[in-house]
Design a protein around this ligand. Sequence first.
Ligand code: DGL
Length: 280
Amino acid sequence: MNDAPIGMFDSGVGGLTVARAVLDQLPGEQVLYIGDTAHGPYGPRDIDEVRALALRVMDELVDSGVKLLVIACNTASAAVLHTARNRYTKGRGVPVIEVIHPAARAAAHVTHNGRVGLIATQGTVDSGVYEDALGVVPGISLTSQACPRFVELAEKGITTGPEVLDVAREYLEPIQAAEVDTLILGCTHYPLLVGPISYVMGQDVTLVTSSDETAKDVYRALAKRDLLRSPEAGAPVHQFRSTGDPAAFAGLARRFLGPEVSHVGRADAVTGQAGPGAPA
Ligand code: DGL
């Protein structure tokens, strides 16, 4: 048993879709989540920059005493997974879970015609990480499309309406033309726009997200190492921090994750100083 929190992070609010699934599957666990909103979006950045930013946030999480790290961001998973496993798992005994292989695994199970679509950030698409993950499965072809505006819209809290629908129609056209039967939402922000994406793709295309599969990996990793939180430890208390404006993050986080977000503090991953945070 280990009563320390699970550390999770993303460039912003997208990773909350993974945090939601973790809290649903592991209701006794505590989460410490950092949204790196001062540096998001990660998608258009150079991979080395994303790696440096992600390591700074993960250093803060590990220094805060988390028992397991979840990279709740595809772009950061593509950029930093190997380094993170060396630095935190080998170096400090903290297991690292990522979101790409769970989504790829789910898509490989779901597809019937072998034509799989991927929508993700530019960084994730350019990294080729989904081609690598699916390349081991015979008979699968991948059609990829970067959708950077989806992240901007989600970070502004715009998840429905005509603007989202127009952007979705434009981005998804090549994916539709490829006649995929499965679409990977390869960015943790995109499930926040699942209504318009599903409407444009139609009911015959199965949408795959990493949230539930990643949460299963978290459960497995904790159970295997005897790291689950003890039932006697009391009601879980979650912590949320952002590197940008905590009040703005708190508003969106309450909407996207739920009432578990009672207070958002300032992460010290940027300035090296902890700030006062936003009142609940
Ligand atoms: N949510 C992230 C991902 O899964 C990052 C989006 C971004 O910051 O561009 O890739």
